[in-house]
Design a protein around this ligand. Structure first.
Ligand code: PSU
Ligand code: MN
Length: 314
């Protein structure tokens, strides 16, 4: 059987390849959050902190991006410099990756494309900040993130702090149910709202440990009921969330700004994040960084547990 990975420019970083070969924990990380979700000046430092959080939990980080037309699974310091500092880094969802490779472009991967490429590389655990989802007003705009379709087709476990409250959270949860993507609350039955500890919605399941989350992914694989991914929702502690009043004001202003500026398509999420970061006196950035680091650490623990379960099968 011919392997498309061998044919396409698909570069697995040596440390990641070795960890996978040895059956150690590996955590995929997306790069869109670095290039388009965090302010310049902070993003490079945070990139290192995210990778360190994965390492601190005993796993190997694999940040994914496309550089000059090559898919990179794992980035070195120079690669991270490029993704964080260069001006023309594209935002690449799954539909864009093949185009960017063919045209030799450089871009950051979203949750959707990172999940697809991580799976192709044999990585089963993935950490991010927040998932994309169903946007408010989607009944008219049809704006539903490709992240949801990707999760429906890709057996990776994604650790996130829920979805941002700029989205229609209820509709996103309904869609995850329709797409057969299980949602596990980490030590809570409340689905987190990214900046907020509680989105106001319940999670269908609760797990109490990284080991339980890993056991879920493992059981699904053994049963062959793992055509879809798993969402592990990890909230900020209540004392660390953004003040709900500030939050509600920012969301209302941000949505009004989008309408005024006529922002659509893939520019919606980056524009809103930029507005939050510049209008919240540092609060949205603080919370965003804390939740991403917490997710990276938890994903690192889950990947270690999953690697142990898989070793027992061999
Ligand atoms: N959530 C964040 N920061 C981000 C994103 C989500 O807190 O940068 C990015 C992720 O890469 C996610 C993407 O996959 O936004 C979703 O974009 P869209 O809504 O255009 O599908
Ligand atoms: Mn969209």
């Amino acid at each position: 059987m011919s392997s498309p990975v061998a044919a396409a420019p698909f570069l697995v970083h040596a440390e990641v390849a070795q960890a996978l070969a040895e059956g150690r924990g590996v955590v995929a990380l997306e790069s869109t959050i670095l290039a388009h979700g965090l302010p310049r000046g902070d993003n490079r430092r945070i990139a290192d902190e995210i990778e360190d959080a994965v390492r601190g939990a005993g796993s190997v980080p694999a940040t994914i991006a496309v550089l000059d037309g090559a898919v990179h699974i794992g980035l070195d310091d120079d690669d991270l410099d490029r993704i964080c500092h260069e001006d023309d880094v594209l935002k690449l969802s799954i539909r864009d990756v093949g185009v960017a490779v063919a045209l030799k472009r450089t871009g950051a991967t979203t949750v959707a494309s990172t999940a697809a490429l991580a799976h192709r590389a044999g990585i089963r655990v993935f950490a991010t900040g927040g998932l994309g989802g169903v946007h408010r007003g989607a009944a008219e705009t049809f704006d539903v993130s490709a992240d949801l379709g990707a999760l429906a087709r890709t057996p990776v476990l994604v650790v996130c702090a829920g979805v941002k409250s700029i989205l229609d959270v209820a509709a996103t949860l309904e869609m995850l149910e329709s797409l057969s993507v299980p949602v596990l609350g980490y030590r809570t039955a409340r689905f987190p709202g990214f900046y907020l500890t509680d989105s106001g919605h319940r999670t269908p399941w609760v797990v109490d440990s990284a080991a339980q989350a890993a056991a879920v992914a493992h059981a699904r694989r053994l049963l062959g009921t793992d055509s879809a991914g798993v969402v592990l929702a990890n909230p900020l502690p209540e004392g660390r969330q953004v003040d709900p009043l500030l939050h509600d004001r920012l969301v209302a202003e941000g949505l009004a700004l989008l309408a005024r500026e006529g922002v659509t398509g893939k520019d919606v999420t980056p524009r809103l994040l930029e507005f939050f970061h510049s209008s919240s006196g540092g609060e949205s950035l603080r919370a965003n960084v804390e939740l991403v680091l917490s997710n990276a650490a938890l994903a690192g623990e889950v990947a270690v547990e999953l690697a142990e379960l898989e070793a027992e099968d061999r």
